[in-house]
Design a protein around this ligand. Structure first.
Ligand code: MSP
Length: 663
């Protein structure tokens, strides 16, 4: 009987926003791109035929301004800067399928086509705009968004008053359909906190949006009206359609709708979760399956942005790691990929810190991961070839691997690399624990060769699965692990089911030459300030110390000194002991709607962890983060000390929401 034809491979089309080209890519924009890259690699292992789009959006007014300042024609300017993005993605090993540029003729034609169609259907109409426009944010703002001094409340960008004839897109007409779609598809907008923000934003009332501007000589001309150009966001969002071949390529539906748009939160609500789906509805096109917004990397509590000069380029961070670890560049690239993917949060922001990067490098990569490989491959009792499979198999590591694979896969349904990597480290931990408990060195001494072989097989097999799961995120390190294990690289598309099945290592095959994967970084050695890619005002803290106290300048401080300290009310969500630290507790706290963090507090001798969840406390929210006993601490709580030296938490006298200012 003829077999059923196998179903066509699923396309997993991951898009990440394209970038303005008035700056160089930094670790923030690299994070969005890396999330897409690692996800694409994972989907390839699963045989899902993924497609990953990125590129540069080039028509912003500020791009034209930057070109003018550089005394270059805008096209020459964007050609150069766009190339820098290409180079950074190559440097970071990002494997995209298409790099689109919005100055490409093909894209300009598609934008013109969308404009004409919407004009014909009545969704685009001519009117007059009078209100605020921010060139910095390339956004039209309402009066309520702007403060008395002429700055946007949310972003701090300057606004100008404009009055001009513009074309409007009838956004207001899509409010109900958009709400209905969001409600009917609970995982359309992710994470849930952002979905709620979008629903609240729509509830305020969507107003029609100006989509053309008086020409400043740079941008896509409005069809039939050379005096105007298309508003940069309208132009930029349409890149996602251009890349599918719409409207002329009959195969465009193999790519559209995409599975996931990825971006950070500032371009989520207004653009990707409102304007973009409304445009698609107006064009009668299906909506993306998921729109996923991650939080920001912050520096000193502020959004990391190249324009502020507070956030480093990926290349500079890699150079810093190279200098400190003496590891080869691709290994340092993987270490940065690991940190960015592991620590970026979806519902809250994360402080970018070289100290945390180095602590993660040492603890997770050099120590935990290095150990699972080295403890076996370098052991005296390992013969250099894969031992026989145990005939009575011990379920410990097989079960741990099964649980990890399931958790990893579930996390990646929604691109949650932090949770996926945490699951991998559970398997790494279980493998190290297995060795600790089985003590193969003692078994070897006692001459119990069979038990030694059984232990080694299971350990090496778990390590193989660790390497497989790491391969999308840390491709170079995984390749090196595969080499040391004596197995081929995990590049085979669709190998997932077979490769995650327990027992893949073939007995009697020779292992490769062992060598340290991530050489440990010596944190005691001072770093030359010139090597530090973050130009910090204070020296970086090391793994075990907290920030040094500021030198006293006298007995009094000014009100301005005090104003620099952000005191906030926070809710304690959970608390637990830190192993080996008698006085310390690790707390998870909420310091505002989208701001959950962890802090370490020296109150373990005064409070038991069970008494703390639900309490309101006061914290210094903008304290430079520190790593205390290997645990990251983002802030400090306030407590009084009684005569016996016990800590007494400060708490507001009446209930106020988390995030409330304390003055
Ligand atoms: N050009 C727009 C996107 C147009 S999409 C049709 C844009 N560009 S951007 O260069 O400012 O940002 C590029 C990506 O990096 C976005 O996803 C943005 O949200 C993300 N990030 C920019 N700064 C960031 C941090 N500090 N932290 C994390 N991600 C950040 O927006």
């Amino acid at each position: 009987m003829a077999q059923d034809p196998s179903p066509p491979p699923k396309r997993f089309y991951v898009t990440t926003p394209i970038y303005y080209v008035n700056g160089a890519p930094h670790v923030g924009s690299a994070t969005t791109t890396l999330l897409a890259d690692a996800t694409k690699r994972f989907q390839r292992l699963r045989g899902a035929n993924p497609y990953f789009l990125t590129g540069t959006d080039e028509h912003a007014q500020k791009v034209a301004d930057a070109a003018q300042a550089a005394r270059k024609a805008p096209q020459v300017f964007v050609d150069e800067v766009s190339q820098r993005f290409v180079e950074t993605w190559r440097f970071l090993d990002c494997d995209y399928d298409r790099f689109i540029r919005t100055s490409e003729p093909e894209h300009k034609a598609v934008v013109g086509e969308v404009f004409r169609r919407l004009q014909a259907s009545g969704d685009v109409y001519l009117g007059t705009y009078e209100g605020w426009y921010s060139v910095g944010d390339e956004t039209f703002y309402r009066d309520s968004d702007v403060d008395e001094r002429g700055f946007v409340r949310e972003s701090g960008a300057k606004v100008e008053r404009v009055q001009e004839e513009v074309h409007y897109f009838r956004l207001s007409a899509y409010s109900d359909r958009l709400k209905a779609h969001i409600r009917a598809h609970p995982d359309f907008l992710l994470p849930e906190t952002r979905r709620n923000e979008v629903l609240a934003f729509i509830k305020q009332g969507l107003r029609d949006i100006a989509i053309t501007r008086r020409t400043a000589g740079w941008g896509i001309p409005v069809p039939g009206d050379d005096s105007k150009v298309i508003y940069v966001w309208f132009d930029a969002l349409i890149n996602y359609l251009t890349a599918t071949g719409w409207p002329h390529d009959p195969n465009f539906s193999t790519l559209w709708p995409c599975d996931a748009h990825l971006m950070a939160k500032e371009i989520y609500t207004r653009f990707h979760a409102t304007l973009w789906p409304a445009l698609l509805l107006a064009l009668d096109l299906p909506l993306p399956r998921h729109v996923i917004g991650h939080g920001w990397w912050t520096v000193g509590g502020e959004k990391g942005a190249k324009s502020k000069g507070n956030i480093p380029r990926a290349e500079d961070v890699v150079a810093y790691l190279e200098e400190r670890s003496h590891a080869p560049q691709p290994i340092c690239v993987d270490a940065l990929r690991y940190y960015l993917l592991r620590d970026i949060q979806f519902s809250s922001d994360t402080e970018f810190s070289l100290d945390i990067l180095v602590a993660r490098y040492n603890a997770d990569l050099a120590n935990d991961l290095g150990n699972v490989l080295n403890r076996v491959l370098r052991a005296k009792y390992f013969s250099g070839t894969i031992p026989d499979r145990p005939d009575e198999s011990d379920p410990t590591l097989r079960e741990a691997a099964r649980t990890t694979v399931a958790a990893y896969q579930a996390a990646l349904e929604h691109v949650h690399w932090g949770a996926a990597l945490e699951a991998v480290w559970n398997l790494v931990g279980a493998t190290n624990k297995f060795l600790d408990e089985r003590k193969p060195w003692i078994l070897a001494k006692n001459g119990d060769t069979k038990a030694v072989h059984d232990t080694l097989y299971d350990t090496l097999e778990a390590t193989r699965i660790v390497a497989l799961l790491l391969s999308p995120a840390l491709p170079h390190a995984a390749r090196e692990m595969a080499r040391q294990l004596g197995i081929p690289d995990f590049a085979a598309d669709g190998c997932w089911e077979a490769a995650t099945a327990w027992g893949g290592l073939v007995p009697s095959t020779p292992a490769g030459e062992p060598s340290p994967l991530f050489p440990r970084i010596d944190t005691k050695t001072a770093v030359a300030p010139a090597a530090n890619p973050i130009k910090e005002k204070s020296p970086p803290v090391n793994e075990t110390s907290t920030s040094p106290a500021a030198a006293p300048t006298g007995d009094t401080i000014t009100i301005d000194d005090f104003a620099r300290i952000q005191l906030r009310v926070a809710d304690i969500l959970s608390a637990e002991k830190i192993e080996g630290a008698k006085k310390l507790l690790r707390l998870q706290i909420r310091v505002g709607e989208n701001d959950e963090r962890q802090l370490v507090a020296g109150i373990a001798e005064s409070y038991s962890p069970d008494d703390l969840p639900g309490k309101k406390i006061v914290v210094i929210a903008n304290l430079q983060p520190a790593t205390i006993r290997g645990v990251q601490s983002q802030g400090m709580l306030l407590a009084a000390t009684d005569a016996d030296g016990r800590a007494i938490l400060l708490t507001p006298e009446q209930s106020v929401p988390a995030g409330s200012k304390v003055r």
